[in-house]
Design a protein around this ligand. Structure first.
Ligand code: DGI
Ligand code: FE
Ligand code: FE
Length: 202
């Protein structure tokens, strides 16, 4: 890795997240987990580490500023995002990665953009960031974490499916709206793992 460059990004992110100490700790947990998963799945480790480092870079921006900036920079927001402002940090984070942190790698920006809702047919890097966000060592609230942590290194599509299943269940239980992307992605990965199982049985 280009340690000097990474260290510069790390300092910038630490500053951007200084209003929430736990957030930086989580960020480092995600970056480290991304690096491990990149080793496992043959993805460029530095690329994965940077995506992890920047995935929540817009998280500590006040909600009204998030909305204002999206308007200013023509970032389209869905009704669900407007009603659940915490969802906006992914899209805005992808924009910041490019414009504030100088990331030219579109794959990194895309992994940041979809890290909350996920999306159909994700690249390996997108799946890694989505999962690392859920399984990094400091996360401790979700159920089945031990199982999903192991699965992430054994069957990545099944791990994505399990995370989406638990997230949708959790959102339904807490009466929160589910983004259409989250729902579509769940159906997509549910088909993928079922067709794999049928092939395995043949
Ligand atoms: O930013 P983090 O807290 O590290 O994690 P995140 O970006 O994955 O955000 C997690 C939250 O997003 C979690 O409370 C579940 C929620 N979420 C994921 N998909 C949806 C969703 N919330 C709503 N309302 N709708 C979704 O489709
Ligand atoms: Fe996030
Ligand atoms: Fe996160």
């Amino acid at each position: 890795m280009d340690n000097l460059y990474i260290e510069k990004l790390r300092r910038q992110v630490k500053e951007a997240l200084k209003s929430d100490k736990m957030r930086f700790r989580h960020t480092i947990g995600v970056a480290d987990t991304c690096a491990c998963m990149a080793m496992r799945y043959g993805v460029d480790m530095q690329q994965a580490y940077i995506a992890g480092l920047l995935h929540d870079c817009a998280k500590c921006v006040p909600d009204e500023v998030k909305i204002r900036q999206c308007r200013k920079y023509n970032i389209y927001l869905t009704d669900i995002e407007l009603k659940n402002e915490y969802l906006i940090h992914s899209k805005l984070g992808a924009f910041y990665a490019k414009e504030l942190y100088g990331i030219k790698d579109e794959q990194i920006c895309s992994a940041i953009k979809y890290h909350t809702t996920a999306k159909c047919d994700m690249s390996m890097l997108e799946k890694i960031v989505f999962l690392a966000d859920y399984i990094e060592p400091y996360r401790n609230k979700a159920k089945n974490l031990e199982y999903i942590r192991n699965l992430a290194f054994v069957d990545i599509d099944k791990a994505v499916y399990e995370v989406l299943k638990d997230t949708i269940k959790y959102l339904k239980q807490s009466d929160r709206p589910i983004d259409t992307t989250t729902e579509e992605t769940f159906n997509f990965y549910s088909k993928i793992i079922n067709s794999t199982h049928i092939e395995e049985r043949r």
